[in-house]
Design a protein around this ligand. Structure first.
Ligand code: CUA
Length: 326
């Protein structure tokens, strides 16, 4: 390809990131709005400094008999090279510091959520009164226009929690809890990512974030609090038996059944989620079957073993059982 084709491709690739579900420059939250505003002021300031310094450099390289005196050279260096950039950068620094308190956590929140980054998925717990929590995985739903406090940690290695459309990123560090307050300002579906390299499948550690009206959110959360629904067909029933017989319940919980493992994601309502395997696959029957049979091929080094040795019919039944857990 010719050089300008490569440039065009790079530009298109960059612009592709500016729209949609995962862009800090298309804010849908108060924190992201501050960051986007600061970015544009920074970019403007940088452009101003670049233009002035380049203008002076250009002027200095032209033949200006009157500019050749040592006094004007000193003025150019002190004025254009030091005073002007220092003034602009100091202004930007003060402006940036002024935006910071808004990003800090505070007490005045409508909802508290604990998120734990684990290799390579997200454990999500909605805290309710009296220390109770509703646990789910890889999906976060939020009511629009309300402040939500996140408590972020990790049991294994350092991860970083980032939903670019809603706010800044915060590291998840083993042995420590970090706080982040997000305030979504419009409804929609957004994407979160792990922003700290955390091992082989770091790039496959994604998060679906849905911002919804308060009443829809309340309905959804009430559904999440319910135990799993019973199998509604013989196929799903066979799937549940296979799920329990193969020991899946040692790692996974399905509330209301014998499966009460706490190692892997809670699967009580896994069939109602928008994605599977932390944003890696769609949440349909085929994907469930593919995932159970080939975990390591889809997500290298994942802790869940592949069950490809099971008969096709059993895998299919399990896939129907799990995708039926709405
Ligand atoms: Cu978790 Cu990168």
């Amino acid at each position: 390809p010719r050089p300008h084709d490569v440039g065009l491709l790079l530009l298109l690739a960059m612009l592709a990131g500016c729209d949609g579900q995962q862009s800090a420059l298309n804010p849908a939250g108060a924190g992201a709005q501050s960051i986007a505003t600061l970015f544009w002021w920074m970019a403007g300031g940088a452009l101003l400094i670049w233009t002035v310094v380049m203008g002076i450099a250009l002027y200095a390289t032209q033949a200006h008999p009157e500019a050749h005196g040592i006094r004007s050279a000193r003025w150019l260096i002190i004025g254009g090279g030091i005073i002007f950039p220092v003034v602009v950068l100091t202004g930007l620094l003060i402006y940036g510091l002024m935006l910071m308190p808004q990003l800090r956590p505070s007490e005045n929140v409508a909802l508290r959520i604990e998120v734990s980054g684990e290799q390579w998925w997200w454990r999500v717990r909605y805290l309710r009164e009296a220390g109770e929590a509703i646990e789910l995985a890889n999906e976060i739903r939020l009511p629009v226009g309300e402040r939500v406090a996140f408590r972020l940690t990790s049991p294994d290695v350092i991860h970083s929690f980032w939903i670019p459309s809603l706010g800044g990123k915060v590291d998840m560090i083993p042995g420590r809890t970090n706080e982040l307050v997000l305030e979504p300002t419009r409804t929609g579906t957004f994407r979160g990512v792990c922003a700290e390299y955390c091992g082989t499948s770091h790039a496959l550690m994604k998060l679906v974030v849905v911002v919804m009206p308060r009443d829809e959110f309340d309905r959804w959360l009430a559904e999440q609090a319910e135990p799993a629904q019973a199998p509604t067909s013989e196929l799903q029933q066979a799937g549940q038996l296979a799920f329990l017989a193969n020991g899946c319940g040692a790692c996974h919980q399905v509330r209301g059944t014998e499966a009460d493992g706490a190692v892997g994601p809670d699967l009580t309502h896994v069939g109602g989620r928008l994605s599977l395997a932390a944003g890696t696959l769609p949440a349909d029957v085929e994907a469930f079957q593919r995932w159970i049979g080939h975990t390591g091929a889809i997500k290298p080094d994942v802790r869940m073993p592949a069950f490809g040795m099971l008969p096709e019919a059993q895998l299919n039944a399990m896939a129907h059982y799990l995708s039926g857990l709405k």
